[in-house]
Design a protein around this ligand. Sequence first.
Ligand SMILES: C[S@@+](CC[C@H](N)C(=O)[O-])C[C@H]1O[C@@H](n2cnc3c(N)ncnc32)[C@H](O)[C@@H]1O
Length: 202
Amino acid sequence: MVHPFSRADRAEHAARFERVDAAMAAVRREGFLPEQWRREAHLDQPFELVAGQTCSQPTTVRAMLALLDPQTGDAVLDVGSGSGWTTALLAHLVGATGTVHGVELREDLAAWGGQNVAAAGMPWAQVHQAEPGILGWPAAAPYQRILVSADATEVPAQLTDQLADGGRMVLPVHGTMMVVEAHDGTAAVVRTAGSYRFVPLR
Ligand SMILES: C[S@@+](CC[C@H](N)C(=O)[O-])C[C@H]1O[C@@H](n2cnc3c(N)ncnc32)[C@H](O)[C@@H]1O
């Protein structure tokens, strides 16, 4: 059978998942779940954090991080940081020469998720509470990578404005996972990658 991807493409694809799997092994989900769910952290399902907001399902997080493919030293924005798990995973992936800014709309989750991230011991990652009417965290832009864990109604210009030239954003739009890349001042969807259910981006 003729494979549509070259051997080099397949090796790169496998390497991306290996990096993500290593991060998921190093940054355990248990530390980012409310007490009552910790013993079930290994289950491939979302868990409620508070008021319908969830810690995403591991296979979804894995797929999104592999699409995002953050590199050592990258500046990353994590929109909808919730429990802080994705923020900490991103921090592991970019390493101490990178930076990760998690941003969360809910005050209680921003505080709790921020504590969880701090406890993970990677001070190059921090969580902010979103400022009213502002999407993302423009103060630290531009970012080489942006991860969005809530469902948008369109690709938000406020976020593409925070993307560095050559940067990449992964986000669900109306339930479809999209990969957006910025080149020469223009951001465009370069790929769609399956259907997912997320809480809405507000
Ligand atoms: C699926 S949940 C949390 C995912 C998180 N990455 C995790 O694994 O715990 C999505 C989060 O997005 C937050 N959210 C929704 N709209 C937002 C916005 N405009 N800015 C920041 N956070 C937002 C919600 O409050 C919710 O906590």
